[in-house]
Design a protein around this ligand. Structure first.
Ligand code: HAM
Length: 429
């Protein structure tokens, strides 16, 4: 027997019973971003490999071991995007839309690809909603990004379950000075470090701060602190951000070990974390990357942004049972017709109703069937009302109007009056 075809490990189908929650989440975020004045940008899913190497950094986990890279038929090395910032910077540069200091507040949504070990909340194809702002260098915009996400958690009903962690990495100069001090200190304790940290000490020493190894963590207790190496400008910027979060009343935890897994950050970095999802607890993360645009060949252009993982946030809504009831009902009215003549009349009637009530979710029975089977389908659809067209109704040019969820008896409504009647009983989206 031939082996049945399966999806690739870590790449999931999102089935029809899950999509209402995804659409609710995506719709809520999109509306919020519209309201704050952000515009959507759509980038390709595949880019030249070089783009990610130059932006995310050669010695990061993503570039070293997680990218889906392949040669296309021209022999070009291409990569399925592991994140959105690099492509967004490429796009704004290519189209010159950040030139002359033009402010851009952009957002994007879509699949990202990383060859990580799949587990709950961590997948090889996952989805992000991300946002990038160009040409604003003050802490006010960093604060806006965080305030916006705070509002989102409130709207979704998950605010009590997330915590904001905050750090400043300083400018590349101050980070360079800190890196030197850290390397000197860690080198003196080389033998006490775990193997991975010994390797990172050579390639990407700040990532040692991230370690989960208890022995290395013990060594880090007395290590030099990043905050002591911050330059004045970064310090003032960070104070400015904290003052704004205080003013709005957003709680945060300072985490001097927060360094992020991508190399492009400077100054502010932040993560929204939860303890409700097990090991994969970061639901939204980002920061400032003032050097990135220049590094990619553009003029010096400040940038700041974040991305949230849709799978993780959907999981949180499910775990915390914050699923609005109305999203599961997808049908308002279900039309049952019995016999060929009634079917034809039903189709025409449904179109007339749709002309008048374009937002009504009206499903017409397909596949004919007995009285019993059509009613079963009407009920299963979740509709509030069934419309019935049989011989009697046809003779009188009426439709039977039957509430399916309690309240009221079946009544007859004239075809001409149907749309007006439905408008009074169904709240339309
Ligand atoms: P990131 O921290 O790599 O940052 O990813 C952002 C979010 O995407 C994570 O916090 C998590 O919620 C989700 N995520 C990442 N990897 C996976 C995975 N394998 N499975 C499920 N969810 C995942 C970035 O990607 C930056 N581009 C964010 C940014 C934008 N910084 C500035 N602008």
């Amino acid at each position: 027997m031939s082996k049945s075809l399966q999806a690739i490990r870590g790449m999931n189908d999102i089935l029809p019973e899950q999509t209402p929650l995804w659409r609710y989440f995506e719709g809520t975020v999109a509306r919020l971003l519209d309201n704050y004045g952000y515009k959507q940008i759509r980038m390709p899913i595949v880019e030249f490999t070089e783009l990610f190497k130059r932006s995310i950094g050669e010695v990061t986990d993503i570039v070293e071991k997680e990218m889906y890279t392949f040669e296309d038929r021209n022999g070009d090395s291409l990569t399925l995007r592991p994140e959105g910032t690099a492509a967004c910077v490429r796009a704004v540069l290519e189209h010159g839309i950040t030139g002359g200091g033009q402010v851009q507040k952009l957002w994007y949504i879509g699949p990202m690809f990383r060859h990580e070990r799949p587990q709950k909340g961590r997948y090889r194809q996952f989805h992000q909603i991300g946002l990038e702002v160009f040409n604003l260098d003050g802490p006010d915009i960093d604060a806006e990004l965080i305030i916006m996400t705070w509002r989102l958690w409130g709207e979704l009903g998950i605010r009590d379950a997330v915590k904001l962690e905050l750090n400043s990495l300083g400018t590349s100069e101050s980070r360079g000075r800190y890196r030197e001090a850290l390397v000197e200190y860690l080198s003196a304790h080389h033998d006490k470090l775990d193997e991975d940290s010994q390797r990172r000490l050579k390639t990407n020493p700040l990532r040692v701060l991230d370690t989960k190894n208890a022995d290395t963590q013990a060594v880090l207790v007395d290590a030099p602190k990043m905050a002591d190496y911050l330059d004045d400008e970064s310090r003032a910027h960070f104070e400015g951000l904290k003052a704004r979060l205080d003013a709005v009343g957003i709680p945060y935890v300072l985490n001097p070990k927060l360094v992020r897994g991508l190399d492009y950050y400077s100054k502010t970095v932040f993560e929204w974390v939860t303890d409700k999802l097990g090991a994969q607890g970061t639901v939204c993360a980002g920061g400032r990357y003032d050097g990135l645009v220049e590094q990619m060949g553009g003029k010096p252009t400040p940038g700041v942004g974040f991305a949230m993982g849709i799978e993780r946030l959907v999981l949180m809504l499910e775990t915390l049972e914050q699923i609005p009831q109305e999203i599961s009902r997808q049908v308002d009215v279900y039309l049952c017709a019995f016999g060929e003549e009634a079917e034809l009349a039903g189709l025409a009637l449904a179109e007339r109703v749709r002309n008048e009530l374009p937002n009504l979710r009206l499903q017409v029975n397909a596949g004919a069937g007995s009285f019993k089977s059509q009613f079963k389908k009407a009920d299963k659809s979740g509709a509030l009302y069934a419309l019935i067209l049989g011989d009697d109704e046809m003779a009188q040019q009426v439709v039977g109007f039957k509430p399916l969820r309690g309240q009221g008896e079946q009544q007859s409504i004239a075809w001409d009056a149907l749309a007006a009647h439905l408008a009074t009983c169904v709240v339309q989206g």
